[in-house]
Design a binder for this molecule. Sequence first.
Ligand code: GDP
Length: 180
Amino acid sequence: ELNPAVTEHLLKILIIGDGNVGKSSFVHRYVNGQFNKTYKMTVGVDFSVKLLNWSEKEKVRLQLWDIAGQERFISMTRIYYKGALGCVVMFDVTSSSSFLNCRLWKQDLDNKAMLLNGDSIPCILLANKCDLTQRVVSADSINRFSKANGFVTWMETSVKENKNVEQAMRRLVQEILSVQ
Ligand code: GDP
């Protein structure tokens, strides 16, 4: 064959976590390469698209679903979770309540979304705003929490300083493709 077929994977990925932890900024940074301090929160659910040339034979079209305008944990509708293949749970290292609520977000996710074989969908835990000095959540407790709650892994990120944004998404996509 002269032109080997290129496979395009369509991956719906959810970005969940308490309000103000940096979810919208994260998506904006990842998709548009920008950090905007005055980035306006939209209310409701919206998704952004990012195309990746994953390998010579694979393209990935990411649909990033960000729940904007949610102050704290609320149980999400099943419609929102439908068809999701991966998830980012984010908290802010300067807010212990945003960290504690990650348990609720992960439980809600696992109750409502699963792979066809019944396994829970790959989920990465992001400890955002690591550029700030007034952090209240230790690496040790994040590590324990991540292992106990079935996350693929966890990473420190700073959307502000563009630290680990690409790397985190790469790791998640890698995991999603490996379980498909
Ligand atoms: P969301 O409600 O989870 O979508 O959070 P936003 O993306 O609206 O961000 C909330 C606030 O945190 C905004 O003022 C952002 O500029 C700020 N922010 C987001 N990420 C970072 C980060 O990595 N470091 C710092 N210092 N601030 C951040």
